[in-house]
Design a protein around this ligand. Structure first.
Ligand SMILES: [Fe+2]
Ligand SMILES: [Fe+2]
Length: 300
């Protein structure tokens, strides 16, 4: 693939990316996890070891909060995956550091709440964190444009998943923490999709291939978490995240946002990819229907 051309494109759009980063810093308000977590409800795990009966939210909610936390825990791997593509003092390197600082707060907030509220087994959580981080995470993407296509979809996916987990939690603190985290994920989504949009305006024929590669093979970053498939099925069943949500709330909105269907003046190869990209949502819906039939899920 046109590797050098991709880096040249990144260089060309870097003034727009500077602006996107400045807008992000203006827009985002700082928040402090300790102000959300009711510490006064915490009890000693030495005097009173954890027991499943201590949990106050449903097993599905426990699964989803833990899965979302373990996904956030793997941040060092995500940072490495992204930062390895860029010069540290470029706008891309500076953004990646700032983004990582914001992301780190998500696991701090979620872990604090889960430990204070006793809504997870603290030993199992720690063992799973160790296993998750030791396994690490890597994507099959090597082109820097793919990084931005992936992070666009991934940030929107985590925004939806965190928000949905908070909504079904029936727990005021979890709702508020997940709402706050989802706002951050949305800000990140706005940045990353803005970078892709700037590159599409400049050279759409070059950018469609990375978009196709990413959206046709997208996996959630939690794939290395112990028992991920079982946990993912649980959260799919309760409607926190599944193929239908991925199609309706992630893939279709990003395609619309980038105006993929309306792009003209493409090379023949890119025009073919444009068609293939536009078929991805219906392919996902077919997968969703198979899953729903298998699980006996009927949609209202
Ligand atoms: Fe996050
Ligand atoms: Fe994020």
């Amino acid at each position: 693939m046109a590797f050098e051309e991709s880096y040249e494109l990144l260089e060309t759009v870097s003034p727009t990316v500077e602006k996107l980063m400045a807008d992000h810093l203006d827009r985002r308000t700082d928040w402090y996890a300790h102000e959300f977590v009711p510490w006064e409800k915490g009890r000693s795990y030495i005097d009173e070891p954890w027991d499943p009966s201590h949990a106050s939210v449903s097993p599905e909610v426990q699964t989803s909060l833990v899965l979302n936390l373990l996904t956030e825990d793997n941040l060092p791997s995500y940072h490495h995956e992204i930062a390895a593509h860029f010069e540290p003092d470029s706008v891309y390197g500076r953004w990646t550091n700032r983004w990582s600082a914001e992301e780190a707060q998500h696991s701090i907030a979620l872990r604090s709440h889960l430990l204070v509220s006793r809504n997870c087994d603290p030993r199992a959580l720690e063992e799973d964190r160790m296993a998750t981080m030791a396994a690490g995470f890597s994507t099959p993407y090597s082109n820097p444009i793919e990084v931005f296509a992936y992070t666009s979809a991934q940030e929107l996916a985590t925004r939806v998943s965190h928000r949905n987990a908070g909504k079904i939690s029936d727990d005021e603190t979890a709702f508020e923490i997940m709402r706050r985290i989802a706002i951050d994920e949305n800000h990140h989504f706005v940045f990353y999709k803005g970078v892709v949009a700037a590159m599409l305006r400049e050279n759409p024929s070059l950018v469609l291939k990375p978009i196709f590669n990413v959206l046709s093979s997208f996996e959630m970053p939690g794939i290395g978490i112990p028992g991920f498939v079982r946990r993912a099925v649980d959260i799919a069943k309760v409607g926190i995240y599944n193929f239908r949500i991925h199609s309706d709330r992630v893939v279709q909105p990003v395609l619309k946002d980038w105006g993929i269907e309306k792009i003209t003046g493409l090379t023949n190869e890119a025009a073919e990819l444009q068609e293939k990209i536009m078929e991805i949502p219906s392919r996902l819906i077919r997968k969703a229907e198979i899953f729903e039939r298998r699980m006996g899920i009927t949609l209202a």
